[in-house]
Design a protein around this ligand. Structure first.
Ligand code: FAD
Length: 512
């Protein structure tokens, strides 16, 4: 087996996840059949957002061999157990959770049907998952003094995206990944169309057998050089802009660090709220067709409060969609260069993780790459498409009519065909495991249930629900009671297990 040279171009989250994971998964300390290098620009910055993750991130960190506490300290990370959606249904203060955990007693679980036929006075998620209870109580998913990554509950993190890339960079470099800081200015192609080398402003020429384009929205290899097509999803996802802010706890401490992401639907999109160890990240994802950037920023500041008046805001534009060919010739795109679906369910970093895991599984040790590329492309487009349907569902089930934006997102032509077919089918039976053939998917029928029932699915059909309130699944009440006495508060875990200094914010808050 010959040594394969891989050059990752771009050093954002996608680039460093790719370099660190490939090196860890394909090489060992004594045997390194794959030489991994990464080049990133000093001038073109990282996108700097992407702070909420899903539980699969733990597999990536563990494979790379990262200590969880080192990672959490280096990236100001906190725990995430769920997303809480506020005001998505009617815009009148209603709330539902999409937690990571779901108790299920048997393959045929009638909790959803019973809930639909009930008076719906208890949220579905609270009946089948312990995590909404733990989120409300502000508890950590991890016990004190437990080993890295061990928990009775599934969890992910909120983290600083810039620091995450820096931390992965330090680890990958220490393991032998070569690092260049320079701007790629030219890309040379071989006669067969492959990329042969990249040249830089500083005068370097770097050759490789496989190139990974992690240059973000610029996509200088897969897009600009190889001309890979882009399928636009804006028919189904109207948001194309964001304005983001960092709110340090010195400026405002909200009294706790929530162990969940909050997504609040507002006039023309939604606002995220993510608590890190030293600050919160907040941002407004909106549609520029319905709101201009100044009004979006003003709305975000008004939503957040007076304490934002001296804080900077960053404006971002994005294009939703994905490339049907994410591996072309000897170039694979990972991260924003391959596509983007708006961040409502924190799927950006997941898609980079999934791509690099799949690339390692399909690594081209020989020269015949095409069958591997074909399968990779099929798998990755499948991931993007399933996420498109899932995110689309959040919008099209709304009953909000307060603005043109909300009236537009629920129109029939905005709903994907897959989702329409599912809605039709779910008139005949409730959602279940066997409704989805694709076993590689991120969002199972359980995630669908959380959103569907959170959005009051089929209320008309059940006539508003006449039966008495639905009951918790057996076990949920018992585990919630036990958890409430045994799980530490989220801030306490961060302070005691990581030795962080949250106390000063908490004391200041109490003194007010
Ligand atoms: C508003 C918003 C919110 C988001 N929130 C989330 C979230 O909560 N959770 C989540 O999982 N994802 C989220 N994402 C997605 C997430 O930000 C990205 O998936 C992730 O940061 C990966 O970005 P990237 O590395 O592909 O690109 P970037 O961070 O843009 O990195 C591009 C890299 O390419 C380099 N580069 C560019 N041109 C050149 C050149 N000519 N030569 C050399 N190097 C070059 C740059 O220097 C940089 O290092 C969000 C995205 C947006 C837009």
């Amino acid at each position: 087996m010959s040594l394969k040279r891989v050059l990752v171009v771009g050093g954002g989250s996608a680039g460093w996840i790719t370099a660190a994971y490939m090196d860890a998964a394909l090489n060992s300390k004594d045997h390194k059949p794959v030489e991994v290098s990464l080049i990133e620009s000093e001038i073109v910055g990282r996108i700097g957002v992407g702070e909420a993750t899903v539980p699969t991130i733990r597999h990536v960190l563990q494979t790379i061999g990262i200590s969880e506490s080192d990672f959490m300290k280096a990236t100001d990370a906190t725990f995430k157990q769920s997303i809480r959606f506020d005001n998505w249904l009617d815009g009148r203060g209603e709330t539902y959770y999409h937690p990571f955990e779901r108790r299920q007693t048997a393959r045929i679980d009638r909790t959803g049907v019973n809930w639909m036929a009930s008076d719906r006075s208890r949220p579905f998620a609270e009946l089948v998952s312990t995590q909404p209870h733990f989120c409300e109580a502000g508890l950590s998913p991890r016990m004190p003094k437990s080993p890295d990554y061990a928990s009775p509950l599934p969890y992910a993190y909120h983290m600083d995206a810039e620091k995450f890339a820096d931390h992965l960079c330090d680890i990958a470099k220490a393991r032998g990944v070569k690092h260049y800081v320079d701007d790629v200015t030219d890309i040379k192609r071989a006669e067969n169309g492959n990329i042969e080398s990249v040249s830089t402003k500083g005068g370097l020429t770097l050759e490789a057998d496989l190139f990974v384009d992690c240059t973000g929205f610029a996509s200088i290899l897969i897009g600009k050089t190889l001309g890979a097509e882009f399928d636009d999803f804006s028919q189904h996802l109207l948001c194309d802009s964001a304005v983001a802010m960092r709110v340090p706890y010195e400026t405002y401490y909200p009294g706790q660090i929530k162990p969940y992401t909050t997504s609040t639907a507002v006039s023309n999109g939604w606002i995220w709220d993510i608590g890190l160890m030293n600050r919160r990240g907040t941002g407004y994802v909106y549609s520029s067709a319905f709101l201009d950037k100044d009004k979006a920023e003003a709305e975000l500041r008004a939503f957040e409060g007076d304490h934002t008046k001296d804080l900077d805001a960053r404006h971002l534009r994005f294009r939703v969609g994905r490339r049907p060919q994410q591996w072309v010739k000897n170039c694979v795109s990972i991260g924003l260069s391959s596509g983007f679906i708006e961040p409502l369910e924190s799927t950006g970093i997941y898609l980079s993780e999934y791509a690099v895991v799949t690339l390692c599984e399909h690594f081209p040790y020989g020269s015949d790459m095409q069958p591997l590329a074909d399968r990779f492309n099929q798998i990755m487009t499948g991931r993007y498409d399933e996420i498109l349907d899932f995110i689309n569902m959040h919008y099209c089930m709304t009953r909000r009519t307060d603005t043109e934006f909300w009236r537009e997102v629920q129109k029939d032509e905005r709903i994907t065909d897959n989702l329409k077919a599912k809605f039709e089918f779910w008139k005949l039976k409730p959602p279940s495991h066997s409704d989805f053939e694709d076993q590689l998917r991120l969002f199972s029928h359980q995630s669908y249930e959380y959103i569907l029932y959170g959005m009051d699915f089929q209320r008309d059909r059940f006539g508003g629900g006449q039966r008495p309130v639905a009951k918790h699944l057996p076990g949920v009440t018992r585990i919630v009671e036990a958890g409430k006495t045994r799980l530490p508060r989220h801030e306490d875990w961060l302070e005691h297990e990581l030795g962080t200094k949250l106390g000063r914010y908490r004391t200041a808050e109490l003194a007010e």
